[in-house]
Ligand binder design. Structure first.
Ligand code: 13P
Length: 282
């Protein structure tokens, strides 16, 4: 069932587990993810970046792929179709108008006042349409080096200010994680995580889930993280398997090539569901 993230993340907060946000990049990935999560009865959030939306053809196409597969595969678990890092009000409106059930507005590069103002606009539009909204505070690093200065840790008072003035559903505070691979060790600020979780009392989102150690993931969940975003790790699992298959087989059928990453990707997903504690929570 295509649903917004409200109930699934409130349940996760209550039950102290995290719902996986897995990024989709094409039809096959969408199928692999839906089949895995259905098999293990885990709720799932299909995250789609603006880049992936462009790659797949557009917002409507993404929605049609997801809803078509859900019908054809008889998917019964709760699935949320979520815009990942929406960069503008317009992008969020497009997603909502085309059937996405949840959006993230990422106005974290702006001043706090601008972030509040853009986020509030999105919330006002989304609320009427039963679409949930995630926003970012601080700045989650996007580089390959966790020690890089493009991480700006979320300020606790700013987080409270954003939540109180926008009425968002979920908050993604920057706590030291980065998108992509880490060069050093991930340095998550758990004290800050705890404080923000207590102060805002909303389900929190952890971006940049690739490369974070299992014990850090478990601790984050115990402190209020209810949604964990994974993209790069799936890309690595899939592409390693495909590379291996292509190097050993004289193959040119694109279906065989793309499908050769299926087992590795599903294996990676299963491990994440186990770690996040979301199995049998659908
Ligand atoms: P990774 O690519 O590091 O797994 O992060 C994904 C993410 O946070 C998407 O928003």
């Amino acid at each position: 069932m295509l649903v917004n993230m409200k109930e699934m993340l409130n349940k996760a907060k209550e039950g102290k587990y995290a719902v996986p946000h897995l990024n989709i990049n094409n039809l096959e990935w969408t199928r692999f993810i839906l089949e895995s999560c259905e098999e293990h009865k885990s709720p799932v959030i299909l995250g789609v970046s603006e880049g992936a939306i462009k790659y797949m053809g557009g917002y409507k196409t993404v929605y049609n792929i997801v809803s078509g597969l859900m019908d054809d595969l008889n998917i019964t678990i709760p699935v949320s179709l979520h815009l990942d890092h929406g960069s503008s009000y317009e992008s969020c409106v497009k997603a909502i108008d085309n059937g996405f059930t949840s959006v993230m507005i990422d106005a974290s590069k702006y001043s706090l006042e601008e972030n509040v103002s853009i986020t509030k606009q999105v919330v006002d539009y989304a609320k009427d349409k039963n679409v949930t909204v995630e926003a970012e505070i601080g700045h989650i690093g996007g580089s390959e080096d966790s020690t890089n200065s493009d991480i700006a840790y979320a300020n606790v008072l700013d987080a409270v200010y954003l939540v109180n003035n926008t009425h968002i559903d979920f908050l993604a505070p920057a706590l030291g994680s980065v998108h992509g691979l880490y060069k050093g060790k991930p340095k998550l600020d758990f004290e800050r995580m705890k404080k923000i979780s207590e102060e805002v009392n909303l389900p929190l989102v952890l971006h940049g889930g690739t490369g974070i150690f299992d014990d850090q993931i478990k601790k984050a969940i115990s402190l209020g993280i209810c949604k964990i975003n994974i993209n790069t790790e799936l890309q690595i699992a899939w592409s390693n398997a495909v590379r291996d298959f292509v190097s050993k087989n004289d193959v040119y059928d694109p279906r065989k090539i793309i499908k050769s990453g299926e087992v590795a990707m599903k294996d990676c997903i299963y491990k994440k569901l186990l770690l996040f504690g979301s199995i049998d929570k659908a």
